[in-house]
Design a protein around this ligand. Structure first.
Ligand SMILES: [Zn+2]
Length: 59
């Protein structure tokens, strides 16, 4: 799925298989799901569930 090793962009822990994650990204300016994967690897910030929940608590 991801060619890069998925790690949380907040705590840098490695994302385990089947772990729920959140991806923070801008919606691509161009259309088409084919490009989404490449776009994710360039622009997407993966956030693990723990960090995401802490983030939403603060806000
Ligand atoms: Zn994290």
């Amino acid at each position: 799925m991801f060619r890069i090793r998925p790690t949380c962009s907040v705590c840098n822990k490695t994302i385990e298989k089947n772990e729920p994650i959140y991806v923070h990204m801008r919606y691509p300016a161009y259309r088409g799901m084919v490009e989404i994967k490449a776009f994710l690897q360039q622009e997407g910030k993966i956030i693990c569930e723990d960090c995401f929940q802490q983030k939403t608590k603060k806000e």
